[in-house]
Design a protein around this ligand. Sequence first.
Ligand code: ADP
Ligand code: MG
Length: 345
Amino acid sequence: MSEQDIPRTDIGELGEFGLIDHLAGGFKNKRKETIKGIGDDAAVLDYGGQPVVVSTDLLIEGIHFDLMYHPLKHLGYKAVIVNLSDICAMNAIPKQVTVSIAISNRFSVEAIDELYDGIRVACEAYDIDLVGGDTTSSPSGLMISITAIGSNPMEKLAYRSGAKVGDILCVTGDLGSAYLGLQILEREKQVFLANPDMQPELSEKKYLVGRQLKPEARLEAVQYFEKSNLIPTAMIDVSDGLASDLLHICKASGVGAFVEEAQVPIHDEARMQAIEFKLDPITCALSGGEDYELLFTVDPKDLEKVRFMNSVYIIGEITPKEDGVTLHTSGGQIHPVTAQGWKHF
Ligand code: ADP
Ligand code: MG
């Protein structure tokens, strides 16, 4: 066979989720302990006793972070948080992490200490043990791979697949801010590169930059669900933007949904910043990423319990699949929601 005859498909043709589906298609779970494999925020394993919930994420310099504006301590913190967020998205309590790093000789011991200071702060704040990992070299950049492990009784776990028609769609906090924080940092980087004497003016942008550099996992929501005896019918964490993550819930649950634009929480500073960048604030909420809020659905009978939750917003409702996934705009129009989350490829 000549070289021209070998089929070659660009990864970009499949996209991130198409590629995952393509790869996962070649595997079938064999073990009775595997309750949930690929396809949710975390896998669920049952060895008798409490189930174990496991999730892993890989962060690559130049793709997920830029050391020009991600201080190493913040990066260590954030790397842990994004994994804890996936455990919380299963309505489970995170308990342990493993941390693997690949580093080049460009990094000093002091630099890696900074990274681990951030990891330690996150472990203390969320009461997590660091129980292992791996350390290796890399040709140039920094890579961090973290696996988080958590648990909760089986009947309390929430999957992407449990949403039912009539369920209420809720989110734990404002959306779009982390994306706008990133745009600010990118802008300041360009200014600095063009003129290294210019110092970035970030003090007025503290909220948005903080949402990008120091996100939190919504463990308090999981604790509230426990205390109030509420189990979301479905849940996901908003890492890729409201649109992409709502579509994941709808696809996994075989339902449609509508979102009321006017109810989507957008911080005042995010709204102003979006306008300054000539962006539509709702587009930032729908397609920006890394907010790490929890997007969840509840049975209407639990509406009162949701109303007592601190910082929770009711943004829409689950509908039959045929109705599609739509945005009801403040101007009274209905638009289909499409995924324009992060495109890595
Ligand atoms: P999240 O955004 O919540 O971290 P992802 O979109 O990264 O979730 O992943 C969706 C699902 O696909 C998860 O179950 C994840 O474990 C699985 N997954 C992602 N990449 C791979 C891979 N290369 N091989 C096997 N499973 C994968
Ligand atoms: Mg997730």
